[in-house]
Design a protein around this ligand. Structure first.
Ligand SMILES: [Zn+2]
Length: 231
C-alpha cells in the first residue's frame, strides 16, 4: 500500500530477536509471513530501515510504502519501522548501532518528515518483548536526548533571530556566531553530517557567497526553529 509520506507520524523501533539475523534472513522471514511481493527496493522486509551491529543502515522499504511491522494496522499505516539486529532481551545493543539509530531518527525528523513525529518501542504498541529489555530504555533515552537538543537549538536560533531583528549583529558578525556555534557542536562530538551542523554550514556559505542577505538568513533561522518546534 502506498501512502503520502506527510501522513507519517511515528517511528517504531524493533529488534530482530536473533543475534544472527541478516538482511537476507529477515527478507526470507517477512516474505513468507508478511509481504509476499517485493517492495520498491526489491525486499520483502516490513521495516523501512535495518541497522546491523556495525551501525550500517540498510534502506529496506521506501518510506511511502506501508510495512506490516507493528502488528496494528492503524500504526502500520502512519509509521516507519526501524529494526536493530540482535536479541536485546539477552544481549546489549552496540554503541555504533545506537549512534546510527539516533542519527537516523534526527535525520528523519528534521529532513524527510514535517509532522509531529513520535518515537516508540514496539511494545508500546502491542504486548511483545520487542525491542527487548536492553534496547527499550535506550529508545526512551534517545527520545529524551533529541528533545533536549531540540530545545537547546531552538534557544540558539531564537536568540540569533532576535539579535538580527534588533540590529545588534550584521552579516559579518552573524557569520562569526554561526562559526563559533559549529565549533562548539563539533567539540561536543557532533559530526559534520549532523543536521545541526549542516544547517549552520549552509547558512554560513549562503552569506559568504552572497546568495542570502541578512533578512533571508533571519527567515531561515525562523523556519528551522519552527520545524524543530513541531518535532
Ligand atoms: Zn517488533
Amino acid at each position: 500500500m502506498i501512502r503520502d509520506t506527510k501522513t507519517i507520524n511515528s517511528i517504531v523501533v524493533h529488534h530482530s530477536a536473533s543475534a544472527n539475523s541478516t538482511i537476507q534472513s529477515i527478507d526470507r522471514n517477512h516474505r513468507y509471513r508478511l509481504h509476499p511481493y517485493p517492495n520498491g527496493y526489491g525486499y520483502h522486509i516490513a521495516y523501512h530501515f535495518v541497522i546491523d551491529k556495525e551501525g550500517i543502515i540498510t534502506k529496506a522499504r521506501p518510506l511511502k510504502e506501508v510495512g506490516y511491522h507493528a502488528g496494528n494496522w492503524g500504526v502500520n499505516k502512519t509509521s516507519l519501522g526501524v529494526c536493530l539486529i540482535g536479541n536485546f532481551q539477552y544481549e546489549k545493543p552496540e554503541k555504533k548501532q545506537l549512534q546510527a539509530l539516533k542519527n537516523l531518527i534526527v535525520e528523519l525528523i528534521s529532513g524527510l518528515l514535517n509532522d509531529n513525529i513520535e518515537m516508540f518501542g514496539h511494545k508500546d504498541i502491542k504486548p511483545t518483548s520487542c525491542p527487548g529489555l536492553n534496547l527499550y530504555p535506550e529508545v526512551v533515552k534517545i527520545k529524551e536526548v533529541i528533545e533536549n537538543e531540540n530545545h537547546e537549538e531552538i534557544e540558539f536560533l531564537s536568540s540569533m533571530w532576535t539579535e538580527i531583528e534588533e540590529n545588534k549583529i550584521n552579516a559579518e558578525q552573524t557569520m562569526i556566531r554561526i562559526g563559533q556555534r559549529a565549533d562548539l557542536l563539533r567539540s561536543l562530538g557532533f559530526q559534520n553530517d549532523d543536521p545541526k551542523i549542516q544547517f549552520l554550514k549552509k547558512l554560513w556559505l549562503d552569506l559568504d557567497e552572497e546568495r542570502n542577505d541578512i533578512q533571508q538568513t533571519q527567515k531561515e533561522l525562523h523556519d528551522r526553529a519552527e520545524l524543530l518546534r513541531k518535532s
